[in-house]
Write a protein of this length. Structure first.
Length: 317
């Protein structure tokens, strides 16, 4: 059995150590499309993260592939229809990292509201607090949560201690879900107009791709901040840059981007009121241990013909 492990699955040793000794395991995948095709050709199992695009062409070239094992919740990097057509099982680990992502969402929200990158820059340049721009307090504000699944619900719970008003937009959840965190279910435009902070926790689908763009930013308060820990393409990045330059939004906290990794020449890095992290919201010691253990167990069960919980199997809708 031949397997390849994306080097972004860390600690790599935890995963490799759970695979049979007889397996031929290679660690390292170049994310370029041609390189992915070449690497997965002749491989039985591919352990990947969201940066590896398992497309129709990749699957066509990977004739021996039996299982795609995706670490984490989002599965938009895998062509599920093509996988189903070729009899390739796709397993992933939804839910295990939800609390870690929710905590990171809150961290970015606070860091953006208090302009932490600017504060560090002042110290590094030899300045002090008299040069600092005043931050804003989170308590007493209105926070709009776009997407109220595993992560969004946990964000709502974490916000309870800040005495904020929570409003929620998600057309696929009942009103009572928002009420459980003291929130209110509203339309997107209403949420954008009312919120002092907008946090994006939605799944990337064809419906949510480009969900927040020029029109949506024009509805937001110019004192509001945006946080995105979901998927980069949900936000139209060029429109966000324009909104930041024009003062239509007061700042942004971002862990995900339209194209990853984010280049060092990205215009997003020009702003003191933008906090960026390199798609690490899910990466805590606790969540990684849980997801790696589950992923390894799922793959071994699938290859042995044993049942795997439906929530861990990704199939076309």
């Amino acid at each position: 059995m031949r397997a390849v492990v994306d080097q972004d699955i860390t600690p790599t040793d935890r995963l490799v150590g759970q695979l049979p000794d007889a397996w031929d395991v290679t660690v390292g995948v170049d994310g370029a499309p041609d390189a992915v095709e070449e690497t997965l050709a002749g491989v039985d199992v591919a352990f990947v993260t969201s940066r590896i695009k398992v497309t129709h062409d990749v699957l066509a070239a990977a004739r021996d592939l039996k299982v795609v094992a995706k670490l984490g919740t989002g599965i938009d990097n895998v062509d599920l229809e093509a996988a189903a057509e070729r009899g390739v099982a796709v397993t992933y680990t939804p839910g295990h990292n939800a609390l870690s992502v929710a905590e990171h969402t809150l961290a970015l929200l606070l860091a953006t509201a208090r302009r932490l990158p600017e504060m560090r820059g002042i110290i590094e340049s030899g300045g002090w607090r008299d040069e600092a721009t005043l931050g804003t307090r989170l308590s007493g504000k209105t926070v709009g949560v776009v997407g109220f699944g595993n992560v969004g619900k946990r964000v709502g719970k974490l916000l309870a201690g800040f005495e904020v008003d929570v409003i929620v937009h998600d057309p696929y959840v009942p009103t009572i879900d928002a009420e459980f965190v003291g929130g209110e279910l509203v339309g997107l435009d209403d949420l954008l107009r009312r919120s002092d902070a907008v946090v994006v926790n939605a799944e990337l689908t064809e419906e949510t791709r480009g969900y927040l763009g020029e029109h949506e930013f024009s509805l937001m308060k110019d004192s509001a901040v945006l946080v995105n820990t979901a998927r980069g393409p949900i936000v139209e990045e060029d429109a966000l840059v324009d909104a930041l330059r024009d003062g239509e939004v007061a700042g942004a906290g971002l862990d995900v981007y339209a194209s990853e990794p984010l280049g060092k020449d990205s215009p997003l890095l020009e702003f003191d009121n933008v906090v960026v992290t390199p798609h690490v919201a899910a990466m805590t010691e606790e969540s990684r241990a849980e997801t790696i253990d589950t992923l390894a167990a799922n793959v071994l069960a699938i290859l042995d013909g044993e049942p795997v919980q439906g929530r861990y199997l990704a199939t076309p809708e």
